[in-house]
Design a protein around this ligand. Structure first.
Ligand SMILES: Nc1ncnc2c1ncn2[C@@H]1O[C@H](COP(=O)(O)OP(=O)(O)OP(=O)(O)O)[C@@H](O)[C@H]1O
Ligand SMILES: [Mg+2]
Length: 378
C-alpha cells in the first residue's frame, strides 16, 4: 500500500497543507516544532481514526480554528485506489467517510490502510507497563481482524458498566447479583474471544520476533514472548473458546467477594500481560539500553511482517523522530529493512543532512522541508 496524497486542514500548526508522496522513502525534515509529526498523525487518523500520540481529537485542532479535516488518497499493492476523509467539528463524533461509504465508524476504517508506526513513545512497549504491551498487541490485531475490534469495543463498554455497578454496590453496601450478571456474561463471552486471538498471536508472532532480533542485535542473547492471560491458566494456541470461557467463569466466581470489597473487576483481558523475555529475564528489568532498542525494532519489524501476511498487503511505515531513540547504526538497519521490503516509509528528522548520508544506495527517496506548518518539496 502507499499513500499518494494527503490534504490537512487545521491540524495543529498545519492550516492548509497538501502533499504528494513517493512510493519509497519520504523524509520530512525541519526544526523542532515545525510540524513534522503532525503529518504522521494525520496519516494515523486515516488508518486508526486516532493519532498515535495519545491525545484527544480536540487538542489536535488548530487553536484559531473551529474544525479539522484530513483527506488521504492511497493505492493498494494491486493499484486499487482507497480514499479516506475524516472531519472533526470540535464536539461530538468525527465524521468519517471512505471509498466504502459515508457516516462510517472507526471500526470501518481500522485495518484498511495498514500502518506500522515507530515513535519515541513506543519505547514503553519494552520498558513500560503491561498496558503499553496490550496496546501493542491490540493495534496489530485490530488492524488484522474486524471481529477483534468489535470484541474489544463490546468488552470495554461492558467492563465500564460492570465496574460502575461494583463501585455502587460497594458504597451502598447493597449487592444485587441479577444486575451485575448480564455484564459478567458479556465479559466472559467477548473476553474469551480476545484471549484466544491474543494467544494465537503470540504463537504466530514469536518465531518471527526471535529471527528479527538475531538479525538486528547480532547478539547471542535469546529472546522470547509469553502471553499471560489474566484469569485463565494453561492455555495454548489450540485451546478452544469454550474452554477459555469456562476458566474465566470460574475466575469470576472465585473473585466475587473480593470484587465487591474492592469495587472493581479483577480478572480478564484488561489485566493481561505480554512478557518480553531476554535470556529468561523480563526485558523491562533485565535488558540494557541497547537491547531495549534492538527489541523494539525487532517487535516493529515482526509487526510489519505479521500484518503483511495477514492483510496480504504491504503496510505503510511511519518512523517518527527515529534518531532520538536510535543510534545511526540501528537507524540504518531500520532503513535497510524498509527498503528491502519495498515499503512506503515516511520518516521525520530534524537534520536532513545526516539522513542523506545514511540513505541506502539506489533508494527511491524524496525530501520535504517542513517549516512552521508549511511544506516545501526539495
Ligand atoms: N492545537 C494546536 N494549535 C496550534 N498549534 C499547535 C497545536 N498543537 C500543537 N501545536 C504546535 O504545532 C507544532 C507541531 O508540532 P509537531 O509535533 O508536528 O512538530 P515536529 O516538527 O514534529 O517537532 P519535533 O521535531 O520537536 O518533534 C508545534 O510547534 C506545536 O507547538
Ligand atoms: Mg516530532
Amino acid at each position: 500500500m502507499y499513500v499518494s496524497e494527503i490534504l490537512i486542514n487545521n491540524l495543529r500548526n498545519h492550516v492548509h497543507s497538501e502533499l504528494d508522496f513517493g512510493k519509497g522513502l519520504n523524509v520530512l525534515f525541519g526544526l523542532n516544532g515545525s510540524g513534522k509529526t503532525t503529518i504522521l498523525e494525520a496519516i494515523s487518523l486515516c488508518g486508526f481514526s486516532k493519532s498515535f500520540m495519545h491525545v484527544n481529537d480536540s487538542s489536535l485542532m488548530n487553536k484559531e480554528e473551529a474544525f479539522w479535516h484530513v483527506s488521504l488518497n492511497s493505492r493498494n499493492d494491486f493499484d486499487i485506489p482507497y480514499k479516506v476523509n475524516i472531519r472533526f467539528n470540535g464536539s461530538g463524533k468525527k465524521q468519517i467517510s471512505s471509498t466504502f461509504g459515508d457516516n462510517l465508524l472507526p471500526k470501518d476504517v481500522i485495518g484498511e490502510l495498514p500502518l506500522v508506526i515507530l515513535s519515541p513513545d513506543y519505547k514503553n512497549i519494552t520498558s513500560g507497563s503491561p498496558a503499553d504491551r496490550r496496546e501493542f498487541i491490540d493495534k496489530i490485531l485490530a488492524q488484522s481482524s474486524k471481529i477483534y475490534v468489535e470484541d474489544i469495543i463490546k468488552y470495554k463498554k461492558a467492563l465500564k458498566q460492570r465496574n460502575n455497578l461494583l463501585i455502587r454496590a460497594k458504597t451502598e453496601r447493597h449487592y444485587n447479583p441479577q444486575v451485575i450478571e448480564p455484564w459478567t456474561e458479556v465479559l466472559i463471552k467477548t473476553g474469551a474471544g480476545i484471549i484466544k486471538r491474543r494467544k494465537e498471536f503470540e504463537v504466530e508472532f514469536v518465531n518471527t520476533f526471535r529471527e528479527r532480533y538475531k538479525d538486528v542485535s547480532k547478539g547471542k542473547e535469546e529472546v522470547w514472548l509469553e502471553y499471560v492471560p489474566s484469569g485463565v491458566k494453561e492455555i495454548d494456541g489450540k485451546t478452544n473458546k469454550d474452554e477459555i470461557k469456562e476458566s474465566l467463569k470460574l475466575a469470576f466466581e472465585k473473585a466475587e467477594k473480593e470484587e465487591l470489597r474492592r469495587g472493581t473487576t479483577l480478572y480478564g483481558p484488561q489485566k493481561d500481560e505480554l512478557k518480553i523475555l531476554i535470556n529468561s529475564g523480563v526485558a523491562k528489568e533485565y535488558a540494557s539500553q541497547g537491547q531495549h532498542k534492538s527489541l523494539l525494532i525487532s517487535l516493529k519489524f515482526s509487526e510489519f511482517h505479521y500484518l503483511k501476511e495477514k492483510k496480504r498487503e504491504t503496510p505503510v511505515v511511519l518512523l517518527d523522530d527515529i534518531f532520538s531513540e536510535l543510534d545511526i547504526e540501528r537507524a540504518e538497519k531500520v532503513l535497510e529493512m524498509v527498503t528491502s521490503n519495498s515499503a512506503q516509509t515516511l520518516i521525520t528528522v530534524t537534520d536532513g543532512e545526516t539522513m542523506k548520508k545514511i540513505m541506502p544506495h539506489k533508494a527511491d527517496c524524496r525530501f520535504y522541508k517542513v517549516d512552521n506548518g508549511l511544506i516545501y518539496k526539495e
